[in-house]
Write a protein that binds this ligand. Structure first.
Ligand SMILES: *[C@@H]1O[C@H](CO)[C@@H](O)[C@H](O)[C@H]1NC(C)=O
Ligand SMILES: *[C@@H]1O[C@H](CO)[C@@H](O)[C@H](O)[C@H]1NC(C)=O
Length: 499
């Protein structure tokens, strides 16, 4: 849930580029001076051009399939994993150091707090899980963990199984071309809606989805100054869409509240509870409607993009690594053969997919869907010989750690076997390096659910289909990690597949 992605540029950034262009080169030379004088013990670094800083360099690096030099060069130049730069309108301390990252994650709510650009905050709503702090955050976070953190519940597992199969049934027979990312998005959206409000796909979900897609676009748009006043911009559209989605959720929540009053609070089994029901019951029913709306909306946003990109990239990496795909197929064919035809997957099946879990971890490690998180110092922070002053923005880069050759052998190749048992990655040190879901009080509460969804998806995909890339596609990392074309593939049903 800690969905700070490669950061959308702040409002300042465009204003800044204009200004800088106007002022010209004179100032550029003045600014080349390292920022050492004013802040003697800040981590080393240069802050680049005035106002824009190194934003353009960062963006152009992350728009290529290999953004690593942006960090590699700076780490090499300064000889330290923690350096200072200036991005998105602000001086920022960048961390590629696993120990410092760990410290930052654990210190959430104390020495640091999370920090999001205001354009994002407005879209999410003040009560969303990402923006609440302190006691309110703790309550909401533990609620989400109870809800999402137990995908072992039989109805949820069965539902994921049904949904994945229903989506695949819509693909042509015997052959079809699909954009895999679109299909993955259908699955994650329908699943989240079902979990939040227990509504099956239909006209309601369809109308919500149309608005929702515009809302999501808003997160990745570049919000230039006053974009919120301009209804025709992507960001302006997203704000409008947010109102509609929130309105639809509010209606559902109000209706549920009324029903609850009528039935005197009686309801079904615990396992069958959806998120709205959990919220209505939580804290003796003290959450306000607006709190519940923001909360549901943020969950709808959080799992959608990340889980669907994870599914797509797992397939892309497997396609490019035939030996891994063959081993994965074998694992799943075995499960299918033991189960017999048309038996839904169960929790015990999920637990007997060790290689699949290696593939998922490796996809998370290489792709870095969440490249890192922004924090802001609440106090002066001492780390090694540096002081990061109170108020300073900090970016803890998970990506830089996951792709560091000192920590992972051949760090920049997809190698699922590195996760096999008895490997050193299973040790405490290994665990402390690998933070694809963040950590500390803001650990993503959906981490297990995401794994289950991807596993079930891979199971049905490899036991039913073979495929090849329909067009060449490539990965980019800005504004988020995704493939440029949504990964179009040509699918053929396996002759031995059950439909
Ligand atoms: C998922 O939801 C969409 C939109 O509401 C719908 O068109 C589609 O049929 C649903 N898919 C499944 C498998 O239920
Ligand atoms: C995958 O990563 C998680 C941490 O996110 C770890 O607990 C698990 O052991 C890893 N799985 C494998 C097969 O290494």
């Amino acid at each position: 849930m800690d969905t700070t992605r490669a950061p959308p540029p702040s409002v300042l950034f465009l204003a800044a580029s204009l200004l800088a262009a106007a002022l010209g080169w004179l100032i550029v030379f003045a600014a080349r001076r390292p920022s050492r004088r004013r802040s003697a013990r800040l981590p080393p670094g240069t802050t680049g051009l005035p106002l824009i800083g190194e934003t353009l360099r960062l963006i152009s690096a992350y728009k290529t399939p290999n953004p690593e030099p942006f960090i590699d060069d700076r780490v090499a130049r300064h000889g330290t994993g923690v350096f200072t730069t200036h991005v998105f309108g602000e001086r920022t301390v960048f961390s590629a150091d696993p120990a410092f990252n760990r410290l930052l994650l654990a210190a959430e709510g104390r020495a640091v707090h999370c920090s999001y650009p205001s354009s994002i905050a407005t879209l999410l709503g003040a009560h969303s899980l990402l923006l609440t702090r302190g006691a309110a955050h703790k309550r909401l976070h533990s609620l989400t963990l109870t809800r999402l953190g137990r995908p072992a519940s039989p109805p949820l597992m069965a539902h994921i199984d049904r949904l994945v199969l229903a989506t695949m049934r819509d693909w042509g027979d015997p052959a079809a071309t699909v954009r895999l990312l679109d299909e993955a998005k259908k699955i994650t959206f329908n699943l989240t809606v079902k979990q939040l409000v227990n509504i099956d796909p239909g006209p309601w979900t369809e109308s919500v989805r149309r608005e929702y897609v515009k809302l999501i676009d808003g997160f990745f748009s570049i919000p230039f100054p006053f974009a919120h006043l301009l209804p025709f911009t992507t960001y302006g559209q997203a704000l409008k869409a947010r109102k509609k989605v929130a309105g639809a959720l509010r209606e559902v929540i109000r209706k549920r509240m009324d029903e609850k009053v009528e039935n005197g609070g009686a309801k079904g089994e615990d396992d069958e509870k959806d998120m709205v029901e959990e919220l209505l019951d939580a804290e003796g029913g003290t959450f306000s409607v607006e709190e519940m709306v923001d909360f549901c909306l943020s969950l709808l946003v959080a799992g959608y993009e990340t889980t669907s990109v994870l599914m797509t990239l797992a397939v892309k990496f497997l396609t490019e690594t035939p030996t891994a795909l063959a081993q994965l197929k074998e694992e799943h064919d075995n499960i299918r053969d033991i189960k017999g035809k048309n038996q839904p997957l169960e929790w015990s099946d999920y637990k007997s997919m060790p290689f699949t879990q290696c593939v998922i971890n490796e996809t998370l490690r290489v792709a870095n869907l969440i490249s890192g998180v922004f924090r802001r110092a609440n106090t002066d922070i001492h780390f090694k010989e540096y002081i990061i002053p109170k108020g300073c923005k900090i970016f803890a880069s998970f990506r830089a750690v996951h792709l560091n050759t000192e920590h992972y052998e051949n760090a920049r190749t997809f190698d699922p076997w590195r996760w096999q048992s008895k490997n050193k990655l299973q040790s405490a040190v290994g665990a402390s390096l690998f933070t694809p879901f963040g950590g500390g009080p803001r650990l993503c509460p959906g981490y297990e659910l995401a794994r289950v969804v991807v596993s079930v998806f891979l199971h049905h995909l490899v036991t039913r289909f073979s495929w090849e890339e329909a067009e060449e596609d490539r990965i980019v990392f800005f504004p988020t990690t995704r493939t440029l074309k949504g990964y179009p593939i040509n699918l053929r049903r396996r002759s031995d597949s059950v439909v």
